[in-house]
Design a protein. Structure first.
Length: 222
């Protein structure tokens, strides 16, 4: 046996050990980056302008170009959650989201209306805590691959989970606070309803982006 024969296994072993060290460090950086991404998404507003058919189209009202355009403002937290799950997977995605929630409750005011442990009494906290089961369900679906069917299903299940839990939590807090029916109705209309459709479209885009970012990262590692 030559010296070259004995060196080859050693080189391969050292290479594998370096790769094992490299991947956990990369995972930690990605988890922290995604937590920061979710924090940033909380304070970003996206204005989406698109074509619509106005209700007055069959009336005698003179319509202008502006009547055929509709602008909707959305804070992209839910698509950010879907992107994180698509990029990191279920386990690491959940870790990143939990870090975000704990940061908001105990360290920094990273939620839309501030932060602190008392934030659990805010009507909107239900949407935030719902990120955890939504990430679990969406991540479980995507575990079998990024097929079009899985992406459509993961986005739908994830978004409905967030909005349903968010609404029920809001109802619970509103009952404790003796809020009236007008508050509840206004909340559902502004925080859910039409927003579900926009969250879904943006989440599909986010999952597709996560799919290719994931591939690029794996390419760099290998």
């Amino acid at each position: 046996m030559t010296d070259e024969d004995t060196m080859l296994p050693r080189i391969k072993r050292v290479s594998k050990e370096k790769k094992k060290l490299k991947i956990p460090v990369l995972n930690i950086l990605l988890v922290l980056f995604c937590s920061f991404l979710l924090m940033a998404a909380t304070f970003i507003q996206i204005n989406i302008t698109h074509f619509i058919i106005p209700l007055d189209i069959f009336s005698n009202k003179a319509l202008t170009k502006a009547d055929f355009l509709y602008t909707y403002s959305i804070i992209p937290q839910v698509p950010a959650v879907m992107f994180i799950v698509g990029l990191l997977g279920r386990r690491l995605g959940l870790t990143s989201i939990v870090i975000y929630i704990l940061t908001g409750l105990f360290l920094l005011p990273v939620f839309a209306l501030g932060g602190g442990a008392r934030y659990i009494l805010e009507p909107g906290f239900g949407y935030i805590i719902a990120y955890i089961p939504a990430a679990f369900f969406a991540g479980s679906i995507l575990k079998s691959g990024f097929s079009i069917k899985n992406i459509l299903k993961a986005a739908l299940i994830g978004i409905l989970t967030i909005h349903f839990i968010g609404i029920f939590y809001m109802l619970f807090i509103s009952t404790l606070r003796n809020e009236g029916a007008n508050f509840i109705k206004g909340w559902i209309i502004s925080q859910s309803m039409l927003k579900i459709a926009y969250d879904y479209v943006l989440s599909l885009i986010a999952l597709l982006a996560a799919k290719y970012v994931n591939k690029y990262i794996k390419y760099l590692i290998n």
